[in-house]
Write a protein that binds this ligand. Structure first.
Ligand SMILES: Nc1nc2c(ncn2[C@@H]2O[C@H](COP(=O)(O)OP(=O)(O)OP(=O)(O)O)[C@@H](O)[C@H]2O)c(=O)[nH]1
Ligand SMILES: [Mg+2]
Length: 311
């Protein structure tokens, strides 16, 4: 892809960064080969990330305190959406991603094949050989969990599985920027984006990339990172599908409670005293089900009111 047209297309490169003074300037300089608009969200770094990013030619948006990776992506998306710019490429600040693949990520966005492209470490065999074993395993598990029913739709209509649901190297079309509404402040945002894409029917494609793991330790330990992603998925299902996750099991428990209640009365008639286990199960199912059902209804109502802008 030719570079000059990319510059004219209002392409923005966005970099969420937290204490990355060793690498930020070179990422900004390399990104500027593809666009004039490079934005760094400095998330309350205590080092010279912001100063170096600015000196390298980036626009820096500063968070007063550390709000997290997802909160920084939200800041980026809102900023680009507001300016009516885009597409947006996001890339990590720690020099792990190959900046020269930016045109590859943009290509499918610009030709309309995709609304979101993901730089995947798992499309080519050679690309994954440098990823440490335990990380490969972690990424695979999280991808499997977070891409449940989220798929890549090929131009011919066939579908493929997403191979890298955790990659932070992605590009978004203007349409995707309009649709994606991030609520996850932490590392769970990568998974949340995929779930948002699914509910807004955005087209996803992957592009092969090699990621450098040389001398690399995660700033957030892999375990907390993983738990963060799982937590985000639970919260997402809770809020987006409140009726399904609370209401349906609640109603089922409630009905089971009524059935158990009838059985309990019949047994009482038979044996002349209350079967304590049955009584206990009836009360638990009846009231537990009612509470869960009400929670589902209330959550559903609050979320709908929020969507319609009543608050
Ligand atoms: N804005 C913001 N960015 C963060 C935060 N923590 C990490 N980042 C950035 O997010 C990107 C990815 O963070 P990493 O810690 O490298 O996460 P990772 O790439 O999944 O993990 P590794 O495989 O260990 O590199 C980098 O650009 C970091 O600077 C944070 O609290 N806020
Ligand atoms: Mg990294």
């Amino acid at each position: 892809m030719i570079l000059e047209p990319l510059k004219k297309m209002n392409t923005v490169v966005g970099i969420p960064a937290y204490n990355e003074e060793n690498t930020i300037a070179s990422i900004v300089l390399k990104a500027k080969r593809y666009t004039d608009e490079v934005i760094v969200v400095d998330d309350g770094s205590s080092d010279e990330t912001a100063e170096l990013a600015e000196e390298a030619g980036a626009k820096v948006i500063k968070h007063g305190k550390n709000k997290g990776y997802g909160a920084s992506l939200r800041t980026l998306i809102l900023y680009v959406r507001d300016k009516k710019n885009g597409p947006l490429v996001i890339i990590d600040a720690d020099a792990q991603h190959p900046v020269n693949k930016i045109p590859d990520l943009l290509e499918k966005i610009l030709n309309g094949e995709a609304d979101i492209t993901i730089g995947s470490r798992f499309l080519n065999k050679e690309d994954k050989k440098d990823i440490p074993m335990y990380r490969r395993f972690g990424i695979k598990v999280l991808t499997w969990l977070s891409t449940n029913r989220v798929v890549i739709t090929m131009p011919d209509g066939s579908v493929k599985k997403i191979t890298d649901g955790q990659s932070g190297f992605r590009a978004f079309s203007r349409k995707a920027l309009e649709k994606i509404d991030l609520r996850e402040p932490g590392m769970g945002a990568s998974a949340e984006i995929l779930m948002e894409a699914k509910s807004s029917k955005l087209k996803i494609q992957e592009v092969p990339i090699t990621v450098s793991y040389e001398g690399k330790t995660s700033s957030e330990r892999p375990l907390t990172h993983g738990l963060g992603v799982i937590g985000s998925m639970i919260r997402y299902v809770e809020t987006k599908h409140s009726l399904l996750s609370f209401g349906v099991p609640g109603l089922a428990a409630f009905l089971l409670g009524i059935y158990m209640g009838i059985r309990t009365v019949l047994i009482y008639n038979d044996i002349g005293y209350w079967p304590i286990g049955h009584v206990f199960a009836t009360v638990l199912l009846f009231f537990g089900g009612m509470a869960a059902g009400m929670t589902g209804l209330i959550l559903h109502a609050i979320i709908n009111a929020h969507r319609r802008g009543y608050d």
